[in-house]
Design a protein around this ligand. Structure first.
Ligand code: HEC
Ligand code: HEC
Length: 242
């Protein structure tokens, strides 16, 4: 099999669903404990030199694909038993790895004695759920959408400003469009030092100080982004009515 990776920014899925309620083993922790010394567990994997084994995400995506595993039924009848068997009794013949990868990694050494059948069940359950192509795709799309936003909006989204401000509508504080139109020139000062009472409508509310939160460049990016929201949007030519 081929493990082909685009170079991906280092990001990780947040929150690893733990679906091992019936067994009291924690699949995620066991995976970390028993398999991480060889398999890169990150999703997507960080690339590094002299890998001892294929990254776990690649292993699971590949197995799901080759073994045609599409639902929970397949998980129980095919995926879990394969993991339980392979980890204890690995062989060149059973491996779904391609020749070339098998040659470079070597067949996985049996983990007999290191891990039990029950532990492997929990590990396999966890692997099946955590390394999910749909979830991965969604995360990738969300990340791509975020990256496509203007830098200023990214800063605002990342810094908790949206707890009090929205782009269009006034909330706890004035909307960013409102600020663009009716705000002061001292925007940067307000972001750094906070403010209260300048905007009548938000009399009792306070803008907290974000003293050392942003670099000078970031403050300028923020200001320019907010200012840009006040610009009149020029209608696209095909929308102009005659
Ligand atoms: C000492 C290193 C090492 C450890 C520890 C290890 N593996 Fe592996 N594993 C490998 C190597 C090398 C391969 C690739 C060659 C192969 O397919 O046998 C591999 C491949 C696999 C495969 C893919 C088989 C296939 O057909 O593509 C699975 C599944 C797997 N490992 C699961 C696990 C699990 C689960 C654990 C922890 C319980 C684990 N491994 C621990 C080295 C290791
Ligand atoms: C806890 C709520 C809260 C948070 C969080 C918050 N703001 Fe504010 N913000 C306000 C309020 C309320 C005002 C109005 C203050 C006033 O009336 O003096 C305000 C005013 C402003 C202004 C107007 C400046 C001017 O010209 O008067 C800017 C710009 C601004 N906020 C940017 C931000 C940015 C950027 C963030 C995130 C880094 C942020 N705010 C986070 C509540 C908040």
């Amino acid at each position: 099999m081929r493990y082909i990776w685009g170079i991906l920014a280092a990001w990780m899925l947040i929150g690893c669903g733990d679906n091992t309620k019936k067994v009291h083993y924690n699949g995620g922790m066991l995976l970390e404990e028993k398999c991480a010394m060889c398999h890169n567990l990150k999703m997507p994997p960080s690339t590094y030199e002299d890998e001892k084994a294929p990254p776990m995400m690649a292993v699971v995506f590949h197995l799901k694909d080759f073994m045609k595993i599409n639902n929970d039924q397949d998980k129980v009848t095919k995926f879990i038993p394969f993991i339980q068997d392979y980890v204890l009794e690995p062989s060149k013949e059973k491996s779904y790895c391609d020749e070339e990868s098998l040659k470079s990694y070597g067949v996985m050494p049996s983990q007999k004695g290191n891990v039990s059948q029950d532990e492997l069940k929990a590990i396999a359950e966890y692997m099946y759920t955590f390394y999910d192509q749909q979830v991965y795709l969604k995360e990738m799309q969300a990340k791509a959408a975020f990256d496509a936003l203007p830098k200023g909006e990214q800063l605002v989204r990342r810094s908790g400003c949206l707890n009090c401000h929205a782009i269009e509508k006034d909330k706890v504080g004035p909307s960013f469009k409102n600020i663009a139109k009716n705000g002061t020139e001292k925007m940067i000062d307000v972001i750094q030092n906070g403010s209260q009472g300048k905007w009548k409508k938000f009399n009792n509310m306070m803008m907290p100080a974000f003293k050392d939160k942003f670099s000078k460049e970031e403050l300028i990016i923020l200001k320019e982004w907010i200012d840009s929201l006040g610009k009149i949007e020029v209608p696209k030519p095909w929308k102009v009515k005659k």
